[in-house]
Design a protein around this ligand. Structure first.
Ligand SMILES: [Zn+2]
Length: 355
């Protein structure tokens, strides 16, 4: 026994050449099968009242069937619902409907074309009576379009509603080092590779992750306006944001490796420390290196950029040192990408659990 809802689902999920004509296919099936109530559909998988034609041999079998009006004929029988969906288009592709592809820009044009080509009562014979019969059929089909559209849309899953996990302006990521009023400052430089460039790579990757979670995220390369005091000013740009994160890479004795995320030593609070721990853990496990915070490193540090940020209304502010760029790393750019993604994910996770 064939099931009507399964037929509708199959029609929705089966790709056909002209997706926009599925509404007509379904409207015809609604009309001809009485929404799946006909025996021709229930027993033989044919919701269209489609008679057997030799061109249908590849996809359908002939079956003798007596319709509700008592008329016996040879109809198409489909083995499964996929064939029932596809068989319709095999039927339409027969020579009697040749030219249908050029009359299908709108569903309305298409149903008119096939009705007059012969779907209803054979090819149009020029009589008023035949015109009335075909037009009546077209009207019935068009009247069923809203129902068909509704049925076809039901199975398209609603996109998961995006929960708003931020409260203010979202996330501000700051690329550590770079241009400032005194010129340009590259941060650490190892084998010609500048920390600034890696910070930028990481910030851009973090931004992608955060934006993909539906959270607004800005990357700033602001280097301050006043010579000498730029770091505090950079932190001040955190005003109005939920999260401020300054992105850096460490350098020390060319052998230590690990991640640490820092908060301001006096102004940082429990929320800042919670984000720092979460982020440090995620970066370290992503890169497969030590999480220095988990090993007892105190995340509190007297950092001018975080001092400036903490003096705004920003909810949390941290400074991430993704890894030590002077210790052996096969592909720093790749690590910075991965580390940046971990920064982004940690921020999204923190926001999600602090709404
Ligand atoms: Zn730095």
């Amino acid at each position: 026994m064939f099931n009507w809802n399964e037929f509708v689902q199959e029609l929705k999920s089966t790709q056909v050449e002209f997706e926009h004509l599925k509404v007509i296919q379904l409207a015809q099936a609604i009309l001809e099968s009485g929404r799946g109530k006909s025996d021709l559909f229930k027993l033989h998988g044919n919701p269209y009242g489609m008679k057997f034609r030799k061109e249908m041999r590849a996809i359908a079998d002939p079956v003798t069937y007596t319709d509700s009006a008592g008329e016996t004929d040879i109809y198409c029988q489909f083995d499964d619902l996929e064939e029932a969906v596809k068989g319709y288009w095999v039927f339409i592709d027969r020579p009697v409907y040749s030219g249908w592809r050029t009359s299908n820009s709108k569903p309305e044009d298409y149903i008119e074309f096939i009705a007059y080509a012969g779907y209803i009562g054979g090819p149009f014979d020029g009589s008023d009576e035949d015109r009335k019969r075909k037009d009546a059929y077209i009207t019935k089909i068009l009247d069923l379009l809203p129902e068909a559209k509704m049925l076809l849309n039901i199975s398209i899953p609603d996109p998961e509603p995006v929960r708003k996990i931020w409260m203010a302006k979202g996330v501000l990521l700051e690329v550590g080092h770079g241009s400032n009023p005194d010129g340009f400052e590259p941060g650490a430089v190892v084998e010609g590779e500048r920390e600034y460039d890696l910070n930028k790579v990481a910030a851009q990757e973090a931004q992608k992750v955060i934006l993909a979670a539906g959270v607004p995220c800005t990357v700033t390369d602001f280097g301050g306006v006043t010579s000498g005091s730029d770091l505090y000013e950079i932190g001040q740009t955190a005003a109005g944001y939920d999260v401020f994160c300054s992105i850096h890479h460490n350098a020390a004795n060319a052998s230590a490796q690990g991640t640490e995320v820092l908060v301001h030593n006096r102004k940082g609070d429990a929320d800042d420390i919670a984000l720092a721990k979460l982020m440090s853990d995620q970066i370290a496990s992503t890169l497969g290196i030590r999480d220095r915070l988990a090993r007892g490193r105190d995340p509190r540090a007297a950092l001018g950029v975080l001092s400036g940020a903490e003096d705004t209304d920003v909810r949390v502010s941290v400074l991430a040192e993704l890894y030590f760029m002077d210790a052996p790393v096969a592909d720093r750019k790749n690590w910075s990408k991965l580390g940046g993604q971990a920064v982004g994910q940690a921020i999204v996770d923190w926001l999600a659990s602090n709404t």
